[in-house]
Design a binder for this molecule. Structure first.
Ligand code: ADP
Ligand code: GN1
Ligand code: MG
Length: 353
C-alpha cells in the first residue's frame, strides 16, 4: 500500500491504511497521514468496469462541474491528484487506484436510523440530478454499458442459466421461475426510455443510502459519493434504487425473509424529498417512479442471482450463499411492491406537477 500511496500528492506521510466501508464493488481503504489528514484510497473493480480511464474522466469532469456550483468542500467528492498530476494511478500489475479527500465530520448509513435520514438522502440524490441538469451528457462514457437495461440483464441471466458453470441452477428453481414469469413486464421502463416517453438525464444510477454522506451533527445531506456509474439514465432509476435499498425494513442480505418489506411510509418520505429536489420532472417521469422501484428491485435480484450462478465474481461476498440471500430479499420486496402497487401509484400522484 505504501508503494501505491507514494504516487499520490498526500499532505503528510501515510501512517495507516485499513479496509473501509461496505461497498460491493471496489476495494476501499481509509488512509491516515502524520498530519492528521484522512483520505479514501480505492482499487477499482476491473470485473465491473471495462474502461477505467474513461470512468475516471467522467468523475473528474462531474466533480469539477459540481465544485463550481457550490464552494463548500464537503458538497462533492474531491479527487487527490497523483504526483504526475493524473486522476488515477495504474500499478505494474494493471490495477487502477484513486484517492479522494475523506468527507470529514460526516456519517454514511447502511439503513436509515430515522425517517429524516432517508428524507435527507432523497434531497441529496434529487439535488445531484438537478445540479447536473446542464452537464454535457454526450461527453460522458457509458462506464457499464446497458447498466439498467433490464431486458439486457435478462439476456445475461439466460446465458448464465444455460452455462451453469458451477452447477447451482438446479438449486434455485423457485427464484428462476419468479424472474421468468415477470420478464415481459420488467422491460416496460426500458421500452419507455427507447420510445422517448421518458427523458434522459444525467443520473447517478447507484443510489443506495450508503452512497450519500450526511453531516454528523445536523444530519443534513452533504454530498453524494460513488460516482462510478454517473451516466445518462432515467429519474426512475435513481428513485427506484433508493427505495429498493432504503425503504426496505431489513438489510439487503437479511436471511429471515419475514422481516423484509417495503415500507410505504419510507417510500412516501423519499418521494417528498426527491421529486421537488430534482427540479422540474415531467408528468410521465413522476408517474414512472413506482415502476422504477419495482424494476430496480427485480433487476438487482436478477443480478445477484446471475452472479451466484456464475460463481460470485462480480459482487464482494462474505459467505457462500451471500448473493443468493441478497437475491431472495429483492424478490420478496418485489412481491411486496406488487401487493402495495395501487397505494404506491396513489402516493406518487400526490407529487404530480
Ligand atoms: P463501492 O463502489 O465499492 O460501493 P464506494 O465509493 O461507495 O465504493 O465506497 C465505499 C464506502 O466507503 C462508502 O459507502 C462510504 O462509507 C466510504 N467512502 C467512500 N468515499 C468516501 C469519502 N470520500 N469520504 C468518506 N467516506 C467515503
Ligand atoms: C453495487 O458499488 P455499490 O456497493 O454502491 C452495484 C449496484 C447495486 C448494488 C447492490 C457498479 O453498488 O449496481 O445496485 O451493489 N454497483 C455496481 O447493493 O454494479
Ligand atoms: Mg458504494
Amino acid at each position: 500500500m505504501e508503494r501505491v500511496l507514494e504516487h499520490f500528492s498526500l499532505l503528510g506521510r501515510p501512517l495507516s491504511c485499513t479496509p473501509y466501508g461496505q461497498g460491493h464493488i471496489n476495494l476501499t481503504f481509509l488512509v491516515v497521514t502524520d498530519t492528521g489528514r484522512r483520505y479514501i484510497l480505492q482499487r477499482l473493480s476491473r470485473a465491473a468496469f471495462a474502461d477505467i480511464p474513461g470512468l475516471m474522466r467522467n468523475i473528474s469532469a462531474v466533480t469539477r462541474f459540481l465544485a463550481q456550483q457550490d464552494p463548500d468542500p464537503r458538497s462533492c467528492l474531491h479527487l487527490v491528484p497523483t504526483t504526475d498530476a493524473a486522476d488515477f494511478y495504474r500499478d505494474d500489475s494493471g490495477e487502477y487506484w484513486r484517492v479522494y479527500d475523506f468527507v470529514e465530520d460526516s456519517i454514511c448509513l447502511q439503513a436509515p436510523e430515522s425517517p429524516e435520514d432517508f428524507y435527507q438522502s432523497a434531497v441529496a440524490f434529487g439535488h445531484f440530478q438537478n445540479q447536473l441538469r446542464n452537464f454535457p451528457a454526450q461527453t460522458l462514457c457509458e462506464t457499464i454499458p446497458n447498466f439498467h437495461n433490464t431486458p439486457d440483464r435478462y439476456r445475461k441471466f439466460h446465458l448464465a442459466m444455460e452455462a451453469d458453470p458451477v452447477g447451482r441452477l438446479a438449486s434455485v428453481e423457485e427464484e428462476v421461475q419468479f424472474l421468468l414469469s415477470r420478464e415481459e413486464e420488467a422491460g416496460r421502463l426500458q421500452r419507455m426510455r427507447e420510445s422517448g416517453e421518458l427523458p434522459l438525464r444525467v443520473t447517478h444510477n447507484d443510489t443506495k443510502l450508503n452512497n450519500v454522506m450526511l453531516d454528523e451533527v445536523s444530519r443534513k445531506a452533504l454530498c453524494v459519493i460513488d460516482l462510478d456509474t454517473v451516466m445518462p439514465g432515467l429519474a426512475a432509476y435513481d428513485f427506484g434504487d433508493s427505495v429498493r435499498f432504503g425503504a426496505s425494513t431489513a438489510a439487503e442480505d437479511e436471511k429471515d425473509l419475514s422481516k423484509v418489506e417495503m415500507s410505504l411510509e419510507l417510500y412516501e418520505i423519499y418521494a417528498r424529498g426527491f421529486v421537488p429536489a430534482c427540479g422540474a420532472l415531467t408528468e410521465a417521469e413522476v408517474e414512472s417512479l413506482p415502476l422504477g422501484a419495482r424494476t430496480m428491485t427485480l433487476e438487482n435480484g436478477m443480478r445477484f442471482l446471475t452472479d451466484y450462478l456464475e460463481g460470485d465474481h462480480y459482487y464482494h461476498i462474505s459467505r457462500p450463499e451471500h448473493n443468493l440471500d441478497r437475491c431472495r430479499t429483492q424478490l420478496k420486496l418485489v412481491s411486496d411492491m406488487e401487493r402495495k402497487w395501487d397505494r404506491m401509484m396513489e402516493i406518487i400522484r400526490g407529487f404530480l406537477p
